[in-house]
Design a protein around this ligand. Structure first.
Ligand code: ZN
Length: 160
């Protein structure tokens, strides 16, 4: 699949990378339909935040579930979903308090070893806890689909 990578400040590329796939039973693979460029992506772009050469980028995306692991119960292939800017297990005390960014088993999209939102697909760990379902009817409404992307980071950050 193709995905955006960052190699150095001001050096971003669209490259062939390994296909996103289900690795753990709680994973899903989301085919990305919309993705944003966040202000914090620009920190990496400008060299204000360090990245490893070749690291993926992008943490605001929505898309369609393409494949679901055996233990995923909330989502099935074909579901439209939006991802918050971290994944989290939904079971620890941090998650219980709504502090998903502190989840010990959580992580940030595009961190080394994970897919980024600015790519064709993303492996989503702990999908049941991480993703939020959207009405499938939005898929046929271009403007609504783009507007819903703001639920990924803009709404959560503003709310926080
Ligand atoms: Zn947690």
């Amino acid at each position: 699949m193709r995905a955006t990578t960052i190699h150095a400040p001001f050096d971003m590329r669209v490259e062939e990378v390994p296909d996103a796939r289900v690795r753990e039973p709680g994973d899903v693979v989301v085919r990305v339909v919309r993705a944003c460029i966040c202000g914090s992506d620009l920190w990496a772009y400008r060299g204000e935040a360090e990245r490893q050469p070749g690291q993926r980028i992008g943490h605001e995306f929505l898309g369609v579930v393409e494949e679901a692991g055996a233990e995923v119960s909330a989502f099935a292939p074909g579901d439209l979903v939006v991802a918050p800017f971290v994944w989290s297990d939904g079971t620890c005390r941090f998650c219980a308090e709504g502090l998903q960014t502190s989840c010990p088993r959580g992580g940030f999209w595009g961190s080394p070893g994970s897919d980024g939102g600015q790519g064709e697909a993303v492996r989503v760990p702990f999908a049941d806890a991480t993703l939020v379902g959207l009405p499938a009817a939005a898929l046929s409404d271009e403007r609504l689909l783009t507007a819903l992307l703001a639920l990924s980071d803009v709404l959560g950050t503003g709310h926080h």
